[in-house]
Design a protein around this ligand. Structure first.
Ligand code: NDP
Length: 231
């Protein structure tokens, strides 16, 4: 979908977030590209130089006061699409896990999508498209877990799935539709170089899923290729 819409993306300085910023900017959208360290975000700053419709904003998604301040700063701004993209994958393959890492991952992967979504709900509710997309992972699917391990990532993304499902129900009366996305196994710092697809393929697919998102399809867990994922 092209046109004069506005998207806010978290973790837009690299990986999938950066590719979302690139593709939506190329489609003529206004892009609010959030990252925690704009002064270090060279690829995003270069992209913003090439596209005047990209605005770079500072946001550490683990800093809930900063989320509230950003919502206040943007209080007169309509956000057609909010993309909760920022995420972490701490090492937790063994049963000996650093529990501080676990709490940090819950903050970033599970609580912050809730916090950002609720802080920006008024901005989305007054927009034309009224859409929210959150990147979780098939690794957060209990049904799909046949290999075990990854305790921190799996549990924090499973929690995020439940958060987005509840939000899809609670935001429906405001006309807001919500989709939980699995981007595929993607070549990024997180996905690694052996991953199956590149960011362009993943984001092109996720944008198609978001285009088809409506109140009739709200509350689903969908992969980048349109396939439903079991919870
Ligand atoms: P990357 O590791 O490449 O990028 C992660 C992004 O999240 C970075 O921009 C990073 O910013 C940002 N981030 C992390 N913590 C914070 C924070 N506290 N505040 C603000 N930003 C933060 O990951 P991907 O691009 O691959 O992943 C994007 C999303 O897709 C994640 O939610 C991930 O879980 C999900 N996903 C990815 C898969 C893959 O195969 N790549 C598979 C399934 C899901 P910074 O540079 O400052 O660290």
């Amino acid at each position: 979908m092209s046109g004069n819409y506005r998207v806010l993306i978290t973790g837009a300085n690299r990986g999938l977030g950066l590719e979302f910023a690139r593709q939506y900017a190329q489609n003529g959208w206004q892009v609010l590209a959030c990252c925690r360290a704009p002064q270090l975000a060279d690829p995003l700053q270069a992209l913003a130089k090439a596209h005047s419709n990209i605005q770079v904003l500072a946001l550490d998604v683990a800093d809930f006061a900063q989320i509230d301040a950003l919502a206040q700063q943007l209080k007169n701004t309509e956000i057609d699409l909010l993309i909760n993209n920022a995420g972490v994958y701490p090492d937790s393959s063994s049963t000996h896990i650093n529990t501080d890492d676990w709490l940090d991952a819950f903050t970033v992967n599970s609580i912050s999508p809730y916090k950002i979504t609720t802080a920006l709900t008024p901005h989305v509710a007054k927009s034309r498209l009224k859409k929210i997309a959150s990147l979780t992972s098939k690794m957060g699917s209990i049904d799909d877990n046949t290999s075990g391990g990854s305790y921190i990532y799996r549990s924090s993304k499973a929690a995020a799935n439940m958060v987005m499902k509840s939000l899809s129900i609670d935001l429906q009366p405001l006309g807001i539709s919500v989709v939980t996305l699995h981007p595929g196994w993607v070549q990024t710092d997180m996905g690694g170089s052996n991953a199956l697809i590149d960011t362009k393929t993943s984001v092109t697919g996720m944008r198609r899923v978001i285009d088809h998102l409506s109140l009739a399809t709200t509350g689903r867990f969908i992969a980048y290729d349109g396939q439903p994922i079991p919870w």
